[in-house]
Design a protein around this ligand. Sequence first.
Ligand SMILES: Nc1ncnc2c1ncn2[C@@H]1O[C@H](COP(=O)(O)OP(=O)(O)OP(=O)(O)O)[C@@H](O)[C@H]1O
Ligand SMILES: [Mg+2]
Length: 325
Amino acid sequence: MALVDVKGVAKSYGGHMGLHDLTFSVDRGQILGLLGPNGAGKTTTLRILTGFLPASRGSVTVDGFNIDEQPFEVRRRMGYLPDNPPLYPEMTVRRYLQFMAELRLVPKKVRTARIDRSLELLNLKDVSGRLVGHLSRGYRQRVGLAQAILHEPPVLVMDEPTVGLDPRQIADMRELVLRLGKEHAVVLSSHILPEVQAVCGRIIILDKGRVVAEDTPEGLRRAIRGNRTLVVTVRAAAEAAQDLLRRIERVTAADLQPGGDPGETTFRLTAEAGADVRAEVSAACARGGLPLLELRSVDVSLEEVFLRLTTEEASAHELVDRRPA
Ligand SMILES: Nc1ncnc2c1ncn2[C@@H]1O[C@H](COP(=O)(O)OP(=O)(O)OP(=O)(O)O)[C@@H](O)[C@H]1O
Ligand SMILES: [Mg+2]
């Protein structure tokens, strides 16, 4: 049994299904990302996981303890950075951590050591005497994370840990999550693709409370690569070139790209799933007398997967079908 086991969890908010049917497991050394747009069910999932919200259906176990039967045992094993950590602005950072350590029942004799360790780990030593309310957003976020690890929980749950951070702080947070992920089981949520791509070994994409895809970052990329995209640049007028490209067998779209040098036109070419049409494209250009200046495959980023998942029903179903059983 995995450290964290979530089975068939659903949540109904007065008849409205915030979450339909979610199953996953996470072990130490793994980072799971819940990815999805607003209202996807990320916060709902994390609140259920941390015992702040009862599920309408399904079960959550942590380290073998069922959340309904032994909520205290489960919570002891969880560190939670909520979407809006309740920080006390009038406390100093150290005082706040002391307060949280007491609340978490961290034994008195190790309290100071734990606080120092948290401060150290999150690079907060220099600001430990400052008022929480005077800290920048990035520092407050780190304080939020510092309180989540005080009781040394094996499981860390973070709800959109990088929201509101600047690029530098995002990079720091990323590094930190990777470091924490080595020893903890981490579940985090995000609506930013590159973020989950960079840190998560597994990704569950949620949309409107439903799982639309579940895979590794690489697996998701591969799944979508079925629809190969080519970038083609020719020295020709747009209309004639577009006409020629569209008529190539198994090409489903030739979208004109803006910009480019005068006299040159660039297209984004989409082919049928699994079709490699590069040879056909170059042959067609030669036949039509269009100088082919560039022809390359685009490595479809997870970002595009995501756009498809949430904007195109067909691709979403395609991905669901590819989900591992
Ligand atoms: N307390 C609540 N009462 C009623 N409906 C709720 C409540 N909390 C969430 N919902 C609904 O459940 C669905 C999922 O919401 P949730 O907050 O889990 O999404 P999210 O993925 O965290 O979104 P965001 O990116 O905006 O944080 C939404 O349709 C939301 O309106
Ligand atoms: Mg949320």
